[in-house]
Write a protein that binds this ligand. Structure first.
Ligand code: SF4
Length: 629
């Protein structure tokens, strides 16, 4: 595709997709017909209104991709015209995301997961059979193309696949998103656990694919009275605001209004809540620092882009109890002085998008979002922005760039988001699980909350257990429970080889180390990490060198490439692992030494956590599991 304006014009469907999002073009400059007052304003230099809409670039690309299945030169030209974005920049954004294509492809795209949990449950054999039936990945056949995908966040039902179908959706146009379970149009079909036969059937007729099980199927402990964060999953109707309120919903927000913003921050500080995304930064301090900034407006961003392979807890929370997130975000916004919150949601989570969109719309209708929340004179609203398949967009500053319509590349820090975040304004970023923890803190008080867990890891933690266990799913345990206790709940394999804690950026634990306490400090002392709560269980049938190769391939693929240690280091790491995949001892020594050097350089000199942690799991497999001995 050329990087300058060409004569390529959008077809009717592409134009309609963009206009449905942005409204009809108000001027000839934006692609309308005839000269208008707006054009004359342009002539006087009034371009800022269009430039201010750069943040609509990603939604506009989604709109075309959803309607047509790919983004043509004509569509891109039209989007550039509407938003006053240079074509080269828009092309750079469109090609940044794995879910978009700038080349023609069929309307149906079948994403088949190749990542760790699915690999442990037979995805290689599944893909081999699928190749026999549907051709190689990337080769269109019968109106569908299938492609290999990184983790789809469906690890409890591995091996998993997601079918997305482009096209106009007359049933939905102009309406609020349908509630959970009412997805009659089947724009998306999840097939998990997948068989080749089921995937072929779903590819032919997505509407005939079996309905997904409810979110509660992912929670083996559902109904247990000891649950805190998961207590409503499987109990509450996720599509009913009344049911949510009948089960204690919005009591926390009422208490927040009674305490006032600084009182809420005080409670969260006293509760000892720390972020659940992996960094474990104190949430109260983040909120306090954001609230104190004189610059404005302040923003709240909910990081719902959980892309760490093996992580799916936030999906289960959003699908099973979406109003909890809406309420928690309202409290967070109140505490930091924000009136606008964004949820940055994984593009691979269509059902979570439906559930959350419905919850936001209902809350708005009932005065729980909008200009006067609960009649308390506080204005707050939530906008959901979909990601489009980029692991790096789970990094907090990459989210800002993505929402702003730039490539989702991390920014250098400082300045930190609490000072200059989204749109250059003070911003607090919290992930879904962190935010949902605020509800029990306000409902029962900081002291009651901090009574659970340990002194430095308070409350409960969600764990995503996948791999070779009898009962994979999301588990909730108090901080301080041991890995052994968790595995007993999930049903461990007879011949355990290793447990990967923290996902691709985490570390391995041996079978003789299962008494490690599941706390931030406990896992750190044991030389591993809790990360975002991934617990991938591997038995002795797994070929660990191939697991490591997949991890390295993942990081090489997901590196945004803007800094050399990560861009080059992840390639060198993968090359070395390829060379030694069948070697041990002296035959692997040189490449292991090389990887240590490369790994150290990535750790020391990468801009963001991806490069800094890309060597962690491989290093721990070498040093703790003796994989190449
Ligand atoms: S460390 Fe990797 S992912 Fe992070 S900014 Fe650098 S190149 Fe991008």
């Amino acid at each position: 595709m050329d990087l300058r304006f060409t004569d390529a014009a959008p077809d009717a469907a592409e134009r309609a997709a963009v206009d449905d999002l942005l409204g009809p073009p108000p001027s000839g400059w934006e692609g309308g017909t005839g000269r208008s007052d707006a054009d004359l304003r342009w002539a006087r230099g009034g371009a800022s209104a269009a430039k201010d809409r750069r943040d609509q670039l990603l939604p506009a690309l989604h709109a075309v991709n959803d309607r047509v299945g790919w983004i043509s030169e004509g569509a891109l030209n039209y989007i550039c015209r509407r938003l006053t974005v240079a074509p080269a920049e828009a092309y750079g954004v469109a090609t940044f995301y794995a879910m978009f294509s700038v080349r023609p492809r069929p309307a149906k795209v079948l994403h088949v997961c190749t990542d760790l949990a699915c690999a442990a449950r037979g995805s290689a054999a599944l893909r081999a059979e699928l190749t026999d039936r549907m051709g190689s990945p990337g080769s269109p056949a019968d109106g569908t193309v299938w492609q290999e995908s990184p983790c789809l966040g469906l690890c409890e039902r591995a091996p998993a696949a997601l079918l997305l179908r482009a096209g106009q959706d007359p049933a939905r146009d102009g309406q609020d998103p349908a509630p959970a379970g009412a997805d009659g149009s089947r724009r998306a079909a999840v097939v998990a656990p997948a068989t080749a036969a089921a995937l072929v059937t779903a590819a032919r007729a997505p509407e005939k694919a079996p309905q997904e099980p409810p979110a509660t199927a992912a929670v083996p402990q559902a109904g247990d009275p000891a649950l805190v964060l998961l207590r409503r999953i499987g109990v509450v109707d996720p599509a009913s605001l009344d049911d949510y309120r009948a089960r204690g919903g919005y009591a926390a927000l009422r208490r927040a209004f009674a305490l006032g913003p600084s009182g809420v921050v005080r409670e969260v500080l006293d509760a000892g809540l720390v972020g659940r995304g992996g960094a474990a930064f104190p949430t109260g301090r983040k909120w306090q620092a954001t609230a104190q900034q004189a610059d404005g407006p302040h923003y709240l961003v909910c990081n719902a882009d959980e892309s760490e392979p093996g992580t799916f807890k936030d999906r289960v929370l959003m699908e099973g109890d979406p109003y909890a997130l809406v309420e928690a975000m309202t409290i967070a916004g109140f505490a930091i002085g924000a009136h606008h919150g964004y949820v940055y949601l994984r593009g691979e989570y269509p059902r979570a998008y439906e559930c959350l969109s419905h919850a936001v719309a209902s809350a708005r209708t009932r005065g729980l979002l909008g200009p006067d929340v609960l009649g308390q004179g506080y204005a707050f609203d939530i906008e959901i922005r979909r990601g489009a398949g980029a692991y790096i967009c789970g990094e907090e500053t990459a989210i800002f760039n993505s929402i702003e319509g730039q490539r989702g590349e991390p920014r250098s820090k400082p300045p930190f988001p609490v000072e200059k975040g989204l749109f250059g304004k003070p911003t607090a970023v919290n992930n879904v699980e962190t935010l949902v923890n605020v509800l029990p803190i306000l409902e029962h008080g900081a002291a009651a909350y901090a009574a659970t867990g340990t002194g430095t890891s308070t409350g409960t933690k969600l764990f995503c257990v996948s791999g070779q266990v009898d009962r994979p799913g999301v588990y909730e345990l108090p901080f301080g429970a041991s890995l052994r206790e968790l595995l007993v709940l999930a049903g461990p394999p007879e011949r355990l080889r290793a447990v990967l804690l923290g996902g691709a950026a985490g570390g391995f634990v041996r079978p003789d180390e299962l008494d490690v306490p599941l706390t931030f400090e406990g896992t750190r002392a044991a030389g591993t990490t809790l990360g975002s709560g991934v617990v991938l269980v591997l038995d002795e049938s797994v070929e660990l060198p191939r697991v490591l190769l997949r991890i390295a391939e993942f990081f090489r693929d997901e590196s945004c490439g803007q800094c050399v240690p990560c861009r080059v280091g992840t390639v060198r790491q993968e090359e070395a692992l390829h060379r030694i995949v069948d070697r041990t001892g002296a035959g692997a020594a040189d490449d292991i030494a090389l990887m240590r050097e490369v790994g150290q350089a990535m750790r020391d000199a990468s801009i963001c956590g991806l490069g800094q942690t890309a060597w962690n799991a491989v290093e721990s497999a070498i040093d703790r599991l003796g994989v190449y001995k």
